[in-house]
Ligand binder design. Structure first.
Ligand SMILES: [Zn+2]
Length: 115
């Protein structure tokens, strides 16, 4: 699991494209004073949390803001990745401590919030 964080971040450029050009679903808009979504955390959010999946057969990408945990600080993003259980593969299932609490198929990616 040591490279989990890197894996979560490696395709961010791709995600950005997806977010910009495809029908990305966003539930909560980002504002500069937005906080980490983890209960009890007072930190400013560093990342938008994205539920991502890839349907290989039809080459379709699914990406939407994680309704269950839309924003995270750096510390919680690290914790979320270190403690995730499962494989980051298309149509896979991963148990995360914070994100994807509805256990949707796919995996979590993080888009840095640039101010
Ligand atoms: Zn936090």
């Amino acid at each position: 699991m040591g490279d989990g964080i890197f894996k979560g971040k490696e395709s961010l450029a791709k995600i950005r494209k997806v977010v910009d050009n495809v029908d990305f679903k966003r539930y909560f808009d980002y504002t500069t004073d937005i906080r980490c979504s983890i209960e009890g955390c007072e930190s400013t959010a560093d990342f938008e949390v994205i539920l991502y999946d890839h349907y290989l057969k039809v080459n379709k990408i699914f990406a939407e803001q994680d309704l269950t945990c839309p924003f995270m600080c750096k510390k919680h993003m690290d914790e979320n990745e270190v403690n995730a259980k499962g494989d980051r593969v298309p149509r896979g299932r991963i148990n995360y401590p914070f994100s994807n609490q509805h256990s949707a198929q796919g995996y979590t990616k993080y888009s840095p919030l640039v101010q």
